[in-house]
Design a protein around this ligand. Structure first.
Ligand SMILES: CC(C)(COP(=O)(O)OP(=O)(O)OC[C@H]1O[C@@H](n2cnc3c(N)ncnc32)[C@H](O)[C@@H]1OP(=O)(O)O)[C@@H](O)C(=O)NCCC(=O)NCCS
Length: 224
């Protein structure tokens, strides 16, 4: 018997009907809450502090007892994903860049073992670089920086800069007040601030606010 006979492969043309009828599709009941796309598998609870900002979309998955707490004045860039089976806490003034994954679970067990979950905490003023992956059981210290594309598998101390796979401390910063950088942020956390869309994205409405596309983006930003 050939492999093809054994496994009954089909070309996509042959599988066309099955594909169209969604016989090869998984769908999950994602719910859109403004900038969030939320998948709650059970009694997950998410708490959001005042003035937290999400660039759309941010993906939130909560398991049966998953808890997510986002403190005030935190921001998440687009395409971040948080997956909580146990607990994820992101403290105040944390900045999370785009495409960052934070998960307190492996989602699957290894071999026949049950999956492992362990809480994650990102302490205040930390800065998580783009495409970083923060895995179960990790605490990231106050004002620590995680370099882009790092995979964080163990705790990172306060004021550390960590990079690589797995992330290792590459330097320790002098303690300082406030946030890293922070040029526009005072405005972002002002409850009256009207977000301005990036000109390359077509966003007609956000939170009921209509945008004027023809107005120059930078000029408008400067005025706010
Ligand atoms: C974290 C970061 C700001 C640190 O910058 P820095 O202090 O100038 O770091 P350096 O360039 O001095 O790098 C120090 C060492 O770490 C290494 N390193 C830096 N970033 C790294 C990364 N992402 N992965 C692996 N190694 C990295 C460097 O190669 C260097 O190694 P060496 O000493 O062997 O030469 C920067 O690495 C980074 O990740 N920038 C992107 C931030 C981001 O994602 N911004 C998105 C908008 S929020």
């Amino acid at each position: 018997m050939t492999e093809s006979e054994k496994y009954k492969f089909k070309t996509i043309d042959e599988a066309k009907d099955d594909l169209i009828k969604n016989r090869h599709t998984f769908t999950d009941p994602w719910v859109k809450y403004g900038p969030l796309r939320v998948l709650n598998h059970g009694n997950g609870i998410m708490k959001i502090g005042d003035s937290t900002r999400f660039f759309e979309p941010v993906w939130i998955r909560m398991g049966h007892k998953g808890k997510i707490t986002i403190y005030p004045k935190t921001f998440f860039q687009r395409e971040c994903e948080l997956i909580a089976e146990e607990e994820i806490v992101v403290e105040e003034e944390v900045r999370v860049s785009w495409n960052v994954l934070i998960m307190d679970t492996d989602i699957h067990g290894i071999g026949n073992n049950p999956k492992e979950n362990s809480p994650v905490r990102i302490k205040k003023r930390a800065w998580i670089g783009s495409h970083a992956r923060i895995l179960k059981g990790v605490t990231i210290g106050e004002a620590a920086i995680i370099a882009c594309n790092s995979v964080v598998t163990s705790d990172i101390p306060d004021y550390a800069v960590a990079a690589g796979i797995p992330a290792k401390v590459i330097k320790i910063l002098e303690p300082f007040e406030g946030k890293h950088g922070g040029r526009f942020e005072g405005k972002w956390y002002n409850p009256d601030f009207v977000p301005i869309p990036h000109p390359n994205y077509y966003v007609q409405e956000l939170g009921g606010v209509k945008f004027d596309w023809k107005e120059d983006w930078n000029e408008k930003r400067e005025k706010q």
